[in-house]
Design a binder for this molecule. Structure first.
Ligand SMILES: C[S@@+](CC[C@H](N)C(=O)[O-])C[C@H]1O[C@@H](n2cnc3c(N)ncnc32)[C@H](O)[C@@H]1O
Length: 185
């Protein structure tokens, strides 16, 4: 099945959870990827990889000894990624992003260098956003980066409570156009 069709079907089944009708554009992918310090990253986490648009680009640039750990709640997407992005560096976990610490403990990973996200925060309750942002903050190392996109700026104020530096850019060439956030502890 074509990537875009699988995403569309998932959206109709679970619109709030899927959060998008189609996969991210190459322009959005590039804007996300350019914020990752691949040279100094050994552990990279991706939240809500969907069909692996960012995952493929991350795996291409990641250090050969890096680990790329994806948290995806939709098991169909997990199967798709395992099949289509197969790579020694990749670990796909079929669990929600609120479980980062618990799952990383099992992999003996304490801190990570970068967390990338495609999560539809706008559709989450305040408590769920807070839980995920706290997990992200506590999992990043001192120079770590949190890079993600959103279709609206709703989350901007909340980010200020968790991160000391927050930068925002706009990507017009995506369906729909969106904002990319780069957050540092
Ligand atoms: C907007 S899509 C992003 C897909 C992909 N990153 C892209 O840019 O094309 C959001 C993804 O987040 C996943 N998701 C939603 N809630 C989640 C959660 N609590 N934990 C992990 N993944 C979640 C959805 O299943 C979906 O794959």
């Amino acid at each position: 099945m074509k990537d875009s069709l699988l995403m569309l079907i998932s959206f109709f089944k679970k619109p709030k959870e899927t959060g998008a009708i189609t996969i991210s554009s190459k322009y959005l992918t590039n804007e996300i990827i350019k914020n990752i310090d691949f040279k100094n990253s050994r552990n990279i986490i991706e939240l809500g990889p969907g069909l692996g648009t960012f995952t493929k680009a991350i795996l291409k640039k990641a250090n050969p000894d890096a680990k790329v750990v994806c948290f995806e709640i939709n098991n169909k997407f997990c199967n798709y990624i395992n099949k289509n992005c197969a790579d020694e560096k990749l670990i796909v976990i079929n669990a929600g992003a609120g479980n980062i610490r618990k799952k990383l403990n099992k992999l003996s990973i304490k801190k990570v260098d970068c967390i990338v996200s495609g999560l539809p925060f706008r559709n989450f309750s305040k408590a769920k956003k807070e839980k995920i942002l706290a997990e992200v903050k506590n999992t990043l190392n001192g120079n770590g980066r949190f890079v993600f996109f959103q279709y609206t700026k709703d989350i901007s104020t909340m980010l200020g409570f968790y991160f000391s530096k927050v930068k925002k850019s706009f990507v017009p060439l995506n369906i729909p156009p969106c904002f990319v956030y780069l957050c540092e502890n």
